[in-house]
Design a protein around this ligand. Structure first.
Ligand code: COA
Ligand code: AMP
Length: 627
């Protein structure tokens, strides 16, 4: 074990104030924190700062204005645009001026529903600059999901673009925004839209405003001074799937977020000023917030905004090409992306041809990294491949090998060790710690580290629920175990969340949509194993008497989930069955359905109501009655 890691972890738990007090010195404070941790006020109470100024202004002031900050690389439009720190400050400052012109101020919410274009990053930093709270909504969500977020966040504005480009397809965003606004009860004042060359959107003035026109009108306005924010003021709200149909609005605070992200760059990823870091994710997810936008800029590094897919844009060499072209030192992606590349380029011919340039390490997260994928990637790149684990709620890695602290221990199938700041305990159903090797609920002893959420937007009760099952411990919703060497293994969820291509989705939410369709008596949606996406949702539906024919029902169910939740749900398989397997008390045996779909041996639980049902289900699955 690396002594540096062991010492850091121990001090972070036994002398929290000393550890995080030292880490906080990496951030420029307007007023320094008066307390490092306070049970009520959270992290860095009394401290004031501005996150955007920490990301931009201070680097420019330190003479690094010409250093590269943001590289936009879009294989889908065949364009690379580079922004220095001075240019990124100017561009995000212009957007801040636009927001000010529209009356947006400290504490106002701004929903950002935008593709992976530089204006999205400008917008996030502009909000941070003036103290507005941004809420970025991933483009793959449908209008109804966007509407739910609009109603919950109650933004003054929506910032959007005419389209996203998904591989070879154009996705028109404006119709989605219009539909969401028609569905939402909350009224926004304006929609500000970037017209992209690929597709023009219709604007309805005075509500809708063209981004570039407004930018022109505000060209003479001064760039607003960075707002002075309390450490525990919200920086952003990011909605994530909970176990109900209502998304949870994770609230991220300025102070803890800035300190934790800066610490992680130096001590986990090994990135500092002048280095190039690339997180191949989307700004709509937490990985994008933390590691495309904020963390690399906080430490003065270069970040890559990649508008493409691991395959098909144009080929499975696109990741390696991007890494070499921009001199990426540390790369972060989801295992699903590597599986997609491997499927198209099993011998890694593109990789052999292009190489990995300056790359020193690859980090994987978002879903379990299967040992086979890690082995392939390590063999083909000759680089350390480090699985690490975290969640939207936490905002930065909580389980990892702290590579930059010299901890190179890795075990395929494990996400690593508790990161400094996080004390993990695996608890049994009785709330007692289980012995090493035994599986249980993965929990984190309170308080959570800086950067982790301290509430949910409009929903403090929902937040408190995370601490209810095991008082004093945060329930992560994941199950797993420590092994004898202290590696933590994540084995799955204890709730209905599934990870589809690294995207977090709730099968319970899909069930709610399916159950509401005409002719459905009851249904179950489970996560089946998938060779590329890790998991995919599969629906089982029981028709009512007189319902449409099975093919029509299946089509209807698939279309409904796509229309209401979004394409990202990727529900493409549904089976019509006469009944669902249930216990005598009426509980649907979802694990049994999952085993059948995965082709695993099925042990019928003794509590099953009708032991004949699994045979019927197996036959339905085998007959490939799914579309
Ligand atoms: N806007 C609009 N639609 C989107 C979208 C976006 N931003 N992102 C995805 N979608 C759509 C896709 O077009 C697709 O639609 P389709 O069913 O009509 O084809 C659907 O949502 C599912 O998308 P996706 O899960 O991305 O599947 P895919 O088959 O297009 O690509 C992978 C598969 C593995 C290449 C892709 O999922 C991938 O790159 N995954 C990595 C994810 C990642 O980095 N996650 C980070 C979290 S840490
Ligand atoms: P999200 O909030 O979208 O980041 O999803 C968080 C969830 O993804 C976690 O609770 C896990 O279930 C899963 N997850 C993320 N990273 C990993 C990993 N490295 N190994 C296993 N599961 C992971």
């Amino acid at each position: 074990m690396s002594d540096a890691y062991r010492q850091a972890w121990t001090v972070s738990i036994t002398d929290r104030d000393a550890f995080w007090g030292a880490a906080a010195r990496a951030i420029d404070w307007v007023a320094p924190p008066q307390r490092i941790h306070d049970a009520d006020a959270g992290w860095f109470a009394g401290g004031t700062l501005n996150t955007a100024a920490n990301c931009l202004d201070r680097h420019v002031a330190a003479g690094r204005g010409d250093a590269p900050a943001l590289v936009y690389d879009s294989p889908v439009i065949g364009r690379v645009r580079r922004f220095t720190y001075a240019q990124l400050l100017e561009e995000s400052g212009r957007v801040a001026a636009m927001l000010k012109r529209l009356g947006v101020g400290k504490g106002d919410r701004v929903v950002i529903y935008m593709p992976m274009i530089p204006e999205t990053v400008f917008a996030m930093l502009a909000c941070a600059r003036i103290g507005a709270i941004h809420s970025v909504v991933f483009g793959g969500f449908a209008a109804l999901e966007l509407a739910k977020r609009i109603d919950d966040a109650a933004p003054r504005l929506i910032l959007t673009a005419s389209c996203g480009i998904e591989g070879g397809r154009l996705i028109a965003y404006k119709p989605m925004v219009d539909e969401a606004l028609a569905l939402a009860s909350h009224r926004v004042e304006h929609v500000v839209l970037v017209q992209r060359d690929a597709l023009a959107a219709d604007l309805q003035p005075p509500r809708d405003i063209d981004w570039m026109t407004l930018r022109g009108e505000c060209a003479g306005d001064p760039i607003p001074e960075p707002a002075v924010m309390a450490a525990n003021d919200p920086l952003y709200i990011l909605y994530t799937s909970g176990t109900t149909g209502t998304p949870k609005g994770v609230v991220r605070e300025h102070g803890g977020h800035a300190v934790a992200l800066a610490w992680s760059m130096a001590n986990i990823y090994g990135i500092g000023a002048g280095d190039c870091f690339w997180a191949a994710s989307d700004v709509g997810w937490v990985v994008g917030h933390s590691y495309i936008v904020y963390a690399p800029l906080l430490v003065g590094a270069t970040t890559i905004l990649f508008e493409g897919k691991p395959v098909g844009t144009p080929d499975p060499g696109t990741f390696w090409r991007t890494i070499v072209r921009h001199g990426v030192k540390t790369f972060f992606t989801a295992p699903t992306a590597i599986r997609a590349i491997r499927k198209e380029d099993p011998d890694a011919a593109f990789l052999a041809d292009i190489g990995t340039g300056d790359l020193q390490a690859i980090f994987l997260a978002g879903e379990r990294a299967d040992p086979d994928t890690i082995a392939w990637l390590e063999e083909k790149t000759g680089l350390p491949v480090i699985d690490h684990w975290w969640q939207t709620e936490l905002g930065w890695p909580a389980i990892a090998s702290c590579f930059a602290l010299g901890d190179l221990r890795r075990k395929r199938g494990s996400a690593g060790f508790p990161v400094p700041g996080y004390e993990f305990v695996v608890l049994g159903e009785d709330g007692q710690p289980v012995p090493d090797g035994q599986s249980g609920s993965i929990t984190i002893k309170a308080p959570l580290a800086p950067g982790a959420f301290r509430t949910l937007w409009n929903n403090p009760v929902g937040f408190a629920r995370n601490f209810e099952s095991f008082p004093g411990y945060y329930e992560t919703g994941d199950a797993g175990h420590f092994d004898a060497e202290g590696f933590l293994h994540i084995m799955g969820r204890t709730d209905d969340i599934i990870n589809v291509a690294g995207h977090r989705l709730s099968t319970g939410q899909m069930e709610q949509i399916v159950a509401q369709q005409d002719g459905i008596a009851e249904c179950a949606v489970i996560g089946a194993d998938d060779a590329i996406k890790g998991m995919i949702p599969v629906a089982f539906v029981v028709p009512r008497a007189g319902a449409a024919d099975p093919d029509t029902l299946v089509r209807m169910v698939i279309a409904a989930v796509r229309a209401e939740l979004g394409a990202v749900a990727a529900l493409k398989t549904a089976y019509v069955v006469p009944q669902l397997p249930k216990t005598r008390s009426g509980k649907i045996l979802r694990n049994l359905l999952r085993s059948i779909v995965n082709g695993q041996h099925v042990e019928c639980p003794p509590t099953i109501e009708d032991p004949g049902v699994p045979t019927i289900i197996r036959a339905a699955v085998a007959s490939r009655s799914a579309l």
